[in-house]
Design a protein around this ligand. Structure first.
Ligand code: NOJ
Length: 553
C-alpha cells in the first residue's frame, strides 16, 4: 500500500478524540467550558497525537439531555461561545493538523425547537409533517424504551393538538419525520453549513432510529444514508460519517452500504467493545477473539471505530444476562454504578481498580485492535467518574488539567470528583512530567499506531496462544507484518505462537526494548508480564525493522 492512501482515506487509521466543549476548558471564567478555552488547549491535543476531534453537541439547547436536545442546528450554544469563536477554533485546529467532526443529532429535536412549536400549534400547521404523529399508536414494546428510568413509552400525547407524537428517546425530544423530503433536505443543509465552516464529517447519533423512521415511507430507507454521503462527497471528498449503530454484526453491514461502502464510513464496534469487557472480566481472551473472528470486513474504504468507553453508559446490552452480570460483578457491583439495567456509569480506570498496569494493557489492546480508535477526553490521564452526578453525567466531568483542577477559575459546571481520582491525584500537568504516566503511554501508543498502518489497514488474524488469558493477533499489509499480544491476567505468561509466512524473521518490540526470533518452522515464544502487552514488528533477515514496515515501501 502507498502511504499516501493514509492521507486520502485519512479516517482509516485516525485517532479520534471525543470531547464536550462544556466540560473541557473554561476560557472566560464563568464555570462553563467554551470554544475559547478549547482553542487554548489545541497544542495539548496535537501533542497527544490524536488526529481528529469529535465535538459533542455544541448547539443552543435547553440542556435536558446534555445538548442532544437541540433548538437551533445553525448556531452555537451562547454559553460555549459564538460562531466567531467556533471559526477561530477551527482555524487553529486545522493549523495544528487536526480534523474536526461534530455530532449530527437529527433523529429528533428539542420540544423547544421552533419547528416543533410550530408543528404542534395546529394539525394543519405547515410544519406538522416534520414530526411523527399518530391518533392511536401501537401499544408500546418495552424494549423500544431507551431510557427506562424516565420513560415508559415512546409516544407522548400532545393535549393541544390532540395527537400522539413519537419520541424514541426522552419525551422532550420529538422524532423528526425523516421520511418527509423537506426534512431530509433540511438535514442536508445542516451538513452543508457546518462543512462550509470546516468540519470533516459527523458522528451520526442514533442511526438505526433514523432509518426506522423512514422505513415505512421509503422503499429503500438506506438510500437516505447513501444520499447524505453522496452529498458530502460532492461538497468535500474527505468528509466522513461515523455512525452510532449498536446492532448485531449481521444487521450492521447494511449500514456501511453493503458491497459499495457508500453509506456510513465508520461504524462503532459495539459488539467487540462489549466482548472486550467480558474478556477482561474473565481474564479470558475467548469472547473477544470470537467477536473479532465473526466481525464482518467493512467494504473498501470503510472502517470499524473501536472504543472501550464513550460518553454514554458503558452499554452491555448485547451480552447475555449472565455475561452482563459477570461484568457488573467485576467492574461495577454496586447498584449506583449501574444504569438502565444494561450498563455502567463508570470510567475505565476505576473499573480496573486504578491498577496502572492493567489500565495500560487495556489501552494497548484498544490501540492495537484492527480499526480506528476513539477515545473519550480524560481517558489519556486515567480520570475517574463522579457518581454524585446524575445518571450518565457521572462520566462527563470537567477535564483535570492541574492539581487544583484547572478547568475553571469559577464554580465548575459539574462537580469535580473527590478521592483517589481527584485532580490532585490525576491531572495533565503532573503526568506530563512523569515518564511512566498514562499520558506518556498514550503518546507512545498513538505514535506507534500511526507508524504501523498495518494495524488499521491490514488483514488481521486472531492467533491461537494456548493460554486463555492471552489475546494475540497479527496484521498483514502488502507483505509487512505486526504481531501483537496482550496478557489479560495478573500473572506472567509465556505463549508460543505459530506465524505462517514469516519463518526466520526477527520480531522487534515497539513499546519497549526487546526482540524475539521466529524459528524456521514459524514458531515464536513470547513471554508476557502480568497484564503485559507487546507489539512487534516482523522483519526478514538483513532488513532493519524500520525498513520492514509497509510505510517504507
Ligand atoms: C445517543 C447519544 O449518545 C446519547 O447521549 C443521547 O442521550 C441519545 N442519543 C439521545 O439523543
Amino acid at each position: 500500500m502507498r502511504l499516501t492512501y493514509t492521507s486520502d482515506v485519512w479516517w482509516k487509521n485516525a485517532v479520534v478524540y471525543c470531547l464536550d466543549v462544556e466540560t473541557f476548558k473554561d476560557g472566560n471564567d464563568d464555570g462553563v467550558g467554551d470554544f475559547r478555552g478549547l482553542t487554548q488547549q489545541i497544542d495539548y491535543l496535537a501533542g497527544l497525537g490524536v488526529t481528529c476531534l469529535w465535538l459533542m453537541p455544541f448547539f443552543p439547547t435547553p440542556n435536558r439531555d446534555d445538548g442532544y436536545d437541540i433548538t437551533d442546528f445553525y448556531s452555537i450554544d451562547p454559553r460555549l461561545g459564538t460562531l466567531g469563536d467556533f471559526v477561530e477554533f477551527m482555524r487553529t485546529a486545522h493549523d495544528r493538523g487536526l480534523r474536526v467532526i461534530a455530532d449530527l443529532v437529527v433523529n429528533h429535536t428539542s420540544d423547544q425547537h421552533p419547528w416543533f412549536k410550530e408543528a404542534r400549534s395546529a394539525k394543519d400547521s405547515p410544519r406538522r409533517d416534520w414530526y411523527v404523529w399518530s391518533d392511536k399508536p401501537e401499544p408500546d414494546n418495552p424494549e423500544q424504551v431507551v431510557f427506562p428510568d424516565k420513560e415508559d413509552s415512546i409516544w407522548e400525547y400532545d393535549k393541544g393538538s390532540r395527537q400522539y407524537y413519537l419520541h424514541s428517546f426522552y419525551r422532550h425530544q420529538p422524532d423528526l419525520n425523516v421520511a418527509n423530503p423537506e426534512v431530509r433536505d433540511e438535514i442536508t443543509r445542516i451538513l452543508g453549513f457546518w462543512m462550509e465552516l470546516g468540519l470533516s464529517g459527523f458522528r451520526v447519533d442514533a442511526v438505526p432510529f433514523l432509518i426506522e423512521n423512514v422505513a415505512p415511507e421509503l422503499a429503500s430507507p438506506h438510500d437516505f444514508l447513501a444520499d447524505l454521503r453522496a452529498f458530502m462527497t460532492r461538497r468535500k471528498g474527505e468528509s466522513i460519517l461515523l455512525g452510532e449503530v449498536n446492532v448485531a454484526y449481521k444487521d450492521l453491514v447494511t449500514y456501511f452500504g453493503e458491497g459499495l461502502g457508500d453509506q456510513i464510513t465508520m461504524c462503532f464496534d459495539f459488539i467487540g467493545m462489549q466482548k472486550a469487557w467480558l474478556s477482561m472480566a474473565r481474564s479470558d481472551a475467548t469472547p473477544l477473539a470470537a467477536a473479532l473472528r465473526e466481525r464482518p470486513k467493512p467494504p473498501k474504504d470503510c472502517q470499524w471505530a473501536v472504543f472501550l468507553r464513550n460518553h454514554d453508559e458503558l452499554t452491555l446490552d448485547k451480552l447475555t444476562d449472565e455475561e452482563r452480570e459477570e461484568v457488573f460483578q467485576a467492574f461495577g457491583p454496586e447498584k449506583d454504578m449501574q444504569i438502565f439495567g444494561r450498563g455502567l456509569r463508570r470510567r475505565l480506570p476505576t473499573m480496573l481498580g486504578g491498577d496502572l498496569r492493567r489500565i495500560k494493557m487495556a489501552y494497548s489492546l484498544l490501540f492495537s485492535l484492527p480499526g480506528t480508535p476513539v477515545i473519550f477526553y480524560g481517558e489519556e490521564i486515567g480520570m475517574g467518574e463522579n457518581l454524585a452526578e446524575e445518571g450518565r453525567m457521572a462520566v462527563r466531568i470537567p477535564m483535570q488539567w492541574s492539581e487544583d483542577g484547572g478547568f475553571s477559575r469559577a464554580e465548575p459546571v459539574r462537580e469535580i470528583p473527590e478521592g483517589s481520582f481527584a485532580p490532585d491525584r490525576v491531572n495533565v500537568a503532573d503526568q506530563k512530567r512523569d515518564t511512566d504516566s498514562l499520558l506518556r503511554w498514550f503518546q507512545l501508543l498513538i505514535e506507534r499506531y500511526r507508524e504501523c498502518p498495518e494495524l488499521a489497514w491490514g488483514d488481521y488474524t486472531v492467533l491461537e496462544t494456548g493460554h486463555k488469558a492471552v489475546f494475540a493477533h497479527r496484521c498483514d499489509a502488502d507483505g509487512a507484518t505486526v504481531v501483537v499480544a496482550h496478557n489479560l491476567c495478573d500473572t506472567a505468561q509465556e505463549v508460543e505462537l505459530t506465524l505462517e509466512g514469516i519463518d526466520g524473521y526477527q520480531l522487534t518490540d515497539l513499546l519497549a526494548d526487546g526482540t524475539a526470533e521466529v524459528s524456521d518452522k514459524g514458531a515464536v515464544r513470547l513471554p508476557l508480564g502480568p497484564h503485559g502487552s507487546r507489539w512487534l514488528r516482523a522483519s526478514p533477515p538483513r532488513i532493519s525493522p524500520e525498513d520492514a514496515s509497509v510505510k517504507s515501501r
